[in-house]
Design a protein around this ligand. Structure first.
Ligand code: SAM
Length: 291
C-alpha cells in the first residue's frame, strides 16, 4: 500500500467534512493527500446521495447539476439501489458467495457485503477503488460477519494485474471458485479503449460460473439530462462516457445474459413497492454469467 502525504487540506478546520473528523480512529488513518481542492467523482456522487464525505469543490459540481436537474438525487439513489438488488440476486438465486467490487465508492449503508452477508454470512467481498478518500474510509467496509470476510485493496480498474496481486485478494477470495465482478457506476468514467481490455482480463482471471454485474450511464433515455450532467462534470475536469444499450451489451460479449438483459436500472428486477425508483434513470444495468 502506498504512503500518502497528509496534505494541509486534512488539517482540522480546513473544510473537512464532519463525518471524517468525528469517525473513530481518524488519527490512525494512513496519511492521505485527498486533493480536496478538485472535484472527485466518488465525492460528487456521495454529495448527490446525501452523504457527508465531500468538499466544497465536489458540492459546487453537485449544486450546478442539481440546479438544472433537481431529480438527480433520486437518480443517484436509484443508480446505487440496483447494486443492492443485483448482488442480492447473485447470492440468493445464483448462489454466489464471493464478490470483487471495483469502483466501490465512499461507504454508504448498506454496503455490498452487508447485503450479501444478510443472505449468507459466509460471503466474502474484496473492495477496490482508486480514490484515497475511499481508502481512508475503508474501515466501514471491513465490518464483516465472523463467518465471512471483507478486504480493501487500493487499485485502479485499468491495472487489474496490480490489485489482483494484492495479498488481500488472495487472502479473501478463492479464485478457483465463482466470483461476481461488480462494476457499478464506474465504467462511465472510462472510454471503451481504456475499460474493455481490463474488464476482459478480470473476467479471464475468474473461473467458469463467475458473473459480471455492471451498470453504465447512457444518453439514450434522457439525452438533455445527460448533456447537462456531462457539461457540468466536464467543467470540473471529469469526463463522462455515455453508452448506448449496444455499447453496454458489449461488456457482456461471450457471457450468458441473466434475466432481463441490459435494461434501465429502474427496470432491473424492481422492488415490488417501487422502492427502486419510479422514474426512468439514465443508467443501464445487466448481469452475465461466464459459462
Ligand atoms: C459513482 S461512484 C460509484 C460507487 C459505487 N459503485 C456505487 O454505485 O454506489 C464511482 C467510483 O468509481 C471510482 N473510480 C473511478 N474511476 C476508477 C478507476 N479507474 N479505478 C478504480 N476506481 C475508480 C471512484 O473513485 C468512485 O468511488
Amino acid at each position: 500500500m502506498p504512503d500518502f502525504d497528509l496534505s494541509d487540506d486534512c488539517a482540522p478546520g480546513a473544510g473537512l467534512s464532519e463525518s471524517w473528523l468525528t469517525e473513530p480512529g481518524f488519527e490512525e488513518r494512513p496519511q492521505v493527500d485527498l486533493h480536496t481542492d478538485r472535484a472527485h467523482s466518488a465525492r460528487v456522487y456521495d454529495y448527490l446521495l446525501g452523504g457527508k464525505t465531500n468538499f466544497p469543490a465536489d458540492r459546487e459540481v453537485g449544486d450546478r447539476v442539481l440546479a438544472e436537474l433537481p431529480g438527480v438525487r433520486a437518480d443517484a439513489t436509484a443508480a446505487r439501489a440496483v447494486m443492492h438488488r443485483m448482488v442480492r440476486r447473485l447470492a440468493e438465486v445464483h448462489g454466489v458467495r464471493q464478490f470483487l467490487d471495483v469502483g466501490t465508492g465512499i461507504p454508504t449503508a448498506p454496503n455490498l457485503h452487508e447485503v450479501v452477508q444478510a443472505v449468507d454470512p459466509a460471503c466474502r467481498v474484496v473492495y477496490v477503488d482508486n480514490d484515497p478518500i475511499v481508502l481512508a474510509h475503508s474501515r466501514a467496509l471491513l465490518t464483516s460477519t465472523p463467518e465471512g470476510r471483507t478486504a480493501y485493496a487500493q487499485g485502479d480498474l485499468r491495472e487489474p494485474e496490480r490489485f489482483l496481486a494484492d495479498p488481500a485478494v488472495a487472502a479473501t477470495l478463492d479464485l478457483r471458485q465463482p466470483v461476481a465482478l461488480t462494476l457499478i457506476n464506474i465504467v462511465h468514467f472510462l472510454s471503451d479503449e481504456a475499460v474493455h481490455p481490463p474488464v476482459r482480463k478480470l473476467m479471464d482471471a475468474l473461473p467458469d460460473g463467475s458473473f459480471l454485474a455492471l451498470s453504465a450511464a447512457t444518453a439514450d433515455l434522457a439525452p438533455e439530462r445527460a448533456e447537462i450532467a456531462s457539461r457540468r462534470y466536464a467543467e470540473a475536469g471529469i469526463t463522462l462516457h455515455f453508452r448506448s444499450r449496444e455499447r453496454v451489451e458489449r461488456f457482456f460479449t461471450g457471457l450468458e445474459p441473466d434475466d432481463p438483459g441490459v435494461v434501465p436500472v429502474n427496470r432491473w428486477h424492481p422492488e415490488p413497492a417501487g422502492a427502486s425508483g419510479g422514474g426512468e434513470v439514465g443508467v443501464y444495468g445487466g448481469v452475465g454469467r461466464k459459462a
